[in-house]
Design a protein around this ligand. Structure first.
Ligand SMILES: NC(=O)c1ccc[n+]([C@@H]2O[C@H](COP(=O)([O-])OP(=O)(O)OC[C@H]3O[C@@H](n4cnc5c(N)ncnc54)[C@H](OP(=O)(O)O)[C@@H]3O)[C@@H](O)[C@H]2O)c1
Length: 158
């Protein structure tokens, strides 16, 4: 079991605007799906609302301090980062941290690997960002091309 952050990030470090992804790149959505399938995904409540439904064929772990969720298969509501990490010990799949900004920040110190899609644009008026130094303790290990101008970089903790 590894804890892996997966994020798509614009040139100006933007990751979201008005509760949504401020772009549409089908090659990246396909990469995200293929990578996370059959694993566990952890998301904050805002990202859960933005996706709007459980991601199929994955254990959806949703973080919220206050909100509740209707019971549904393959969705688990958790109240703290500690609960997620306790649960992770019993998983025999990878645990993908899928956002958003608050959730990436929460798990930054336990993420072993990052998969970062470089969105080839800057987003004006974005309201969710990655910290500029989030890859400070990581080494680049791989670079994959998803489409003409779309690349994913893999980073491993030093
Ligand atoms: N570009 C990308 O790859 C990417 C990926 C994912 C999301 N996004 C974007 O990011 C934006 C959302 O990010 P965000 O920072 O607003 O929200 P978020 O991380 O999705 O959700 C934040 C919420 O999660 C809950 N939460 C977070 N940490 C918690 C903890 N330790 N314990 C319990 N609950 C916790 C809280 O919910 P309660 O208020 O219910 O307590 C908090 O308000 C959207 O625009 C989305 O589209 C981008």
């Amino acid at each position: 079991m590894s804890i892996i952050g997966i994020v798509a990030i614009a040139q100006n470090f933007a990751i979201g605007k008005d509760g949504k992804l401020p772009w549409h790149y089908s090659a990246d959505l396909k990469f995200f799906k293929e990578t996370t399938l059959q694993n566990a995904v952890v998301m904050g409540f805002n990202t859960w609302k933005s996706i709007g439904k459980p991601l199929p064929k994955r254990l959806n772990i949703v973080l919220s301090r206050s909100n509740s969720l209707a019971h549904q298969p393959n969705v688990l509501l958790v109240r703290s980062r500690e609960e997620v990490l306790a649960l992770a010990k019993y998983l025999n799949c990878d645990l993908y941290i899928i956002g958003g900004a608050e959730t990436y920040k929460n798990f930054a110190d336990v993420i072993e690997k990052w998969l970062v899609t470089e969105i080839p644009e800057s987003v004006a008026d974005a309201d969710a960002f990655m910290p500029h130094d989030f890859l400070e303790n990581f080494n680049l290990t791989d670079k994959m091309q998803l489409a003409d101008v779309l690349f994913v970089k893999a980073f491993q903790r030093k």
